[in-house]
Design a binder for this molecule. Structure first.
Ligand SMILES: [Ca+2]
Length: 536
């Protein structure tokens, strides 16, 4: 790993400060009482909740529990991930460092090579554990499955085992279970969390608990049908009428699209039911008045142009914070209001540390957005996409309050370049190919089947919320000024944060992911025809 000298100095300072803080926590427990912190993390969804009126689907989805949480809490309208895919996004908000700065930018990389974080960079639960917090990745609530227990981090967690029972289930450290390294999730969990059981929380306050919800994920429907599955019987009802939903203009208005989208909205509704159960239990256990609740999604919407793509559809997420009655609220917090502040999920890390009264380590890129230690507000947020499964790409984006600028570093990797998971799981993909062949796509839809991505994209979210009018070549001087400024800001960010995506991943690793995707999802006929000799 190459690290710029000034960056190395910052992370070494962070290491020293981290060690000092750890020593202090061990020697002298905090004099003041500190709140519990509960992260409820949804999967793969945009801010498509009843309480987000600017979502085109806010009236087509049923989310009474999160709508209530928003009424009782502070809702952030402009919250964004740092990557539109699970593991890269999670690697960032679990460390407070951009995934591109710590070598965690390629999706599900480093599952079997014992890759370690740069010196001084450490996962959030470890820092909280050292500060005296009980940490949990809640998978069950009195025996009932409630969370996935997912960590999905693109690095190996180093440090003492916190959950010895879980550690006993581990394979020997030398076991290599291939690029997908499924045992690493368990191994990391044992070093990050004391427990996975909700009922352990009450006697072990203050706690930092995460509940990683299984929805929204289209594979959930397959899971629940599987015999012996812990989620069996916890399906969400199909209540959305496909005829009544809004179809994004970049997709064909077709029964296939409508059915898939209705399924997504049903998943959001099912997720909301589960959130309701968690919040009711928090209340029933007498913990609600002592617990800061933070609800968010790990990355944007589960749709072909959402997940993996640096548009609002892939990057914009819901974020709601509810402050507990027994602790004085931060000055930025007013219950039942909406914040227009630009927030990156990256900022959850330092903000959570601040809530726990742990100072932000020097060099951490995360910014505190609540409390007396709040950092300056962001004027823009950044997101990055690199290899996802077998689909190699490199996209970088910067989003301000109004405009989004995108730079496609591999424009030849077109929107419908082979990505086996998407081909198999997103029925709109084969539909786009079919309707394109039949000459039935509108101009906005035809963009998705173009053989090449634009080098640059610029969208005005105020006038174009679906981001279908690329203004990068607009004759309007204001647009050109915006393009130049945002392009420069992005170039500076790439340099300043030492974007490791500038170095391609080894071809051998990509080949292994290609083979793995072929085994899991198969290769579509068109791709086999295009490259009959070898897997593309
Ligand atoms: Ca996800």
């Amino acid at each position: 790993m190459k690290i710029a000298p000034q960056f190395l100095s910052a992370i070494l300072t962070a290491l020293v400060i981290g060690a000092v803080c750890a020593a202090r926590a061990a020697d002298a427990p905090a004099a003041t009482r500190r709140p519990n912190i509960l992260w409820i993390t949804a999967e793969n969804m945009g801010p498509d909740l009843g309480c987000y009126p600017d979502s085109p689907w806010s009236k087509q989805v049923r989310t009474p529990h999160l709508d209530r949480l928003a009424r009782e809490g502070l809702r952030f309208r402009l919250a964004f991930d740092t990557s539109p895919v699970c593991s890269s996004s999670r690697s960032a908000f679990m460390t407070g460092m951009y995934q591109t700065s710590i070598g965690a930018h390629n999706h599900r990389s480093h599952r079997h090579d014992h890759y370690q974080l740069p010196i001084g960079v450490r996962p959030l639960p470890q820092r909280l554990a050292e500060a005296g917090y009980f940490t949990a990745n809640v998978a069950s609530m009195g025996g009932k499955p409630v969370g996935t227990g997912k960590t999905d981090l693109n690095f190996e967690v180093n440090g003492p085992v916190l959950n010895t029972a879980l550690a006993k289930t581990l394979k020997p450290p030398a076991t290599d279970d291939g690029i997908e390294g499924r045992s690493q999730n368990t191994q990391n969990s044992a070093r990050l969390y004391h427990s996975g059981e909700w009922t352990d929380l009450k006697p072990r306050q203050p706690f930092f608990a995460q509940v990683n919800l299984p929805t929204v994920e289209n594979s959930v429907k397959d899971w629940v049908a599987a015999p012996g599955n812990p989620w069996n019987g916890q399906t969400h009802p199909a209540i959305t009428d496909p005829a009544q939903i809004t179809v994004p203009p970049y997709y064909p208005d077709h029964p296939v699209t409508r059915k898939h989208w209705a399924g997504y909205l049903d998943s959001v509704g099912g997720m909301d039911t589960r959130v309701g159960e968690i919040l009711a239990r928090l209340e029933a256990d007498g913990l609600a008045d002592d617990t800061v609740v933070i609800f968010f999604a790990d990355n944007g919407r589960l749709e072909q142009r959402g997940l993996d793509w640096c548009y609002d559809s892939g990057d914009r997420v819901p974020l709601i914070v509810r402050w507990p009655k027994n602790f004085p609220a931060p000055s930025q917090y007013k219950a039942g209001t909406v914040s227009e502040q630009l927030v990156s999920l990256l900022d959850l890390t330092a903000t959570t540390l601040a809530i726990a009264e742990v100072p932000k380590p020097a060099g951490m890129q995360s910014r505190v957005f609540l409390g007396a230690q709040a950092d300056p507000k962001r004027s823009v947020v950044f997101s990055a996409r690199d290899r996802t499964d077998d689909a190699v790409n490199r996209i970088r984006a910067v989003r301000g309050p109004r405009y989004r600028y995108i730079r496609n570093f591999m424009p030849e990797q077109s929107f419908l370049a082979l990505h086996r998971y998407k081909e198999a799981r997103f029925p709109v993909v084969p539909l786009l190919r079919q309707l394109h062949a039949e000459g039935k796509l509108t101009p906005a839809q035809a963009v998705l089947v173009a053989p090449r991505l634009p080098d640059e994209e610029l969208y005005d979210l105020e006038t174009d919320p679906f981001e279908i009018h690329n203004l990068a070549a607009s004759a309007n001087p204001e647009h050109q000024l915006m393009r130049k400024e945002m392009s420069a800001v992005l170039a500076h960010w790439i340099d300043e944060t030492n974007d490791e995506g500038r170095t391609p991943e080894p071809a051998d690793i990509v080949r292994q992911w290609t083979e793995s995707a072929d085994r899991q999802h198969g290769t579509p006929a068109w791709a086999k025809k295009a490259a009959p000799q070898k897997l593309p």
